[in-house]
Design a binder for this molecule. Structure first.
Ligand code: AGP
Length: 366
């Protein structure tokens, strides 16, 4: 009903706007400046012997996992693999008691993710679940549970659950880092401070709403849209592309910038729309050249950038800026305009945004 939508036209838009609060709720009681990260029901030393992590999930939760891999590896030095749950369960992964298998599931009921969790337990691994639903199957079966406090997510397209999964993964990465002496304390403290600023920064990123609507009205006639990014931007590109295809039915693919020359650039022709994510100062030069490569072939670029890059946006048709943060946290702000863009494209096409065709909110059969 309209009342439940709290004045918004759709649950998806309401949920996008709830993200600052959802982040705040997920950080609350877990992250504080100058204090150690405390995780629910995990005692000091419980994860001390973990030498390897597998993150296993489906869809959007898998995309969050890809960001988690970089965060955990960079901060704690523990190697991480990320698997699609339906692949993991049938590929005989090498698992032992020092392996932590982390499943990520908004609903906590996804059949393949639950099966992956059970497989990990059979192998004697420690298991850790990130879920949004208290009492869900994965929360009952995993050794350790981290609840994201996104609140109920009604729209089939996941938004606030994804953003809180990212927060959960950053908190976990900091937790794994704090006793391992892999990253210096100052860097970790700095990331903590930046994490605490994310609710405000995401609120600011929501101000891209009007601009994304304008862009959506121009690109909604397209039949193929490409997303491009390097590093964490590539993981965000995957999420942006999934969001667009599931609610607007426009064919869309994400590519890693460096892969263009290995095939996908053959698809670029005059007028092809490319959404380019360019949030990382270290990768910026490389990404700028990838953008030039597609511009030369006639692509129209929508570029997503942090607001502290100078002389940005050369050759771009549309520029969307989001608040700058630590490079590792950039997915949290960068995904916001992508969510809004997908929403507005779907609206412009007259699609059923909250209940897209062929999709269920929770996939409880294989
Ligand atoms: C995202 O927008 C999806 N509709 C879908 O990919 C979803 O993230 C996936 O099915 C996993 O669901 P879960 O988090 O409840 O396990």
């Amino acid at each position: 009903t309209a009342a439940q939508k709290g004045g918004f036209d759709h649950f998806m838009l309401k949920e996008i706007y709830e993200q600052p609060q959802a982040i705040k709720n997920t950080l609350n009681g877990r992250v504080a400046k100058g204090e150690k990260i405390v995780l629910d029901k995990i005692a000091d030393g419980d994860l001390k012997d973990i030498s390897r992590v597998f993150i296993v999930a489906c869809g959007t939760a898998y995309h969050a996992g890809l960001v988690g891999k970089t965060a955990i590896e960079r901060l704690s030095g523990v190697p991480v693999d990320v698997d699609i749950a339906s692949e993991f369960r049938y590929r005989n992964p090498i698992l032992d008691k020092n392996t932590l298998v982390m499943v990520i599931s908004q609903s906590g009921e996804t059949a393949d993710t639950l099966a992956a969790l059970r497989l990990a337990k059979q192998h004697g691994c420690k298991t850790f679940a990130i879920t949004n639903v208290v009492g869900s199957s994965v929360s009952r079966e995993a050794d350790f549970v981290f609840y994201t406090y996104a609140g109920p997510e009604i729209a089939v397209a996941s938004t606030k659950a994804y953003i809180t999964q990212l927060i959960a993964l950053y908190i976990f990465a900091l937790y794994m880092a704090q006793d391992r002496n892999y990253t210096d304390k100052e860097t970790l403290e700095n990331i903590k401070s930046e994490l605490l600023l994310l609710p405000e920064k995401v609120k600011k990123a929501l101000e891209t709403d009007a601009l994304t609507k304008e862009i959506a009205e121009k690109i909604c006639v397209e039949t193929d849209i490409f997303y491009l990014g390097r590093g964490l931007d590539y993981a965000v590109a995957m999420e942006g592309s999934l969001k667009l295809k599931e609610i607007s039915y426009i064919h869309s693919e994400p590519y890693a910038g460096g892969e263009l020359k290995h095939g996908p650039i053959a698809l670029i022709e005059k007028g092809t729309v490319v959404i380019a994510l360019n949030t990382n100062a270290e990768l910026r030069g490389k990404m700028d050249s990838n953008i030039k490569e597609v511009v030369t072939r006639g692509a129209r670029i929508v570029e997503i950038l942090p607001d502290n890059f100078e002389n940005a946006g050369e050759g771009c048709d549309e520029l969307i800026t989001v608040p700058a943060t630590e490079a590792i946290l950039a997915p949290v702000t960068a995904v916001v305009p992508l969510q809004l863009l997908s929403y507005h494209v779907a609206i412009a096409k007259g699609c059923n945004v909250d209940k897209p065709r062929n999709l269920a909110k929770s996939v409880t059969v294989e």
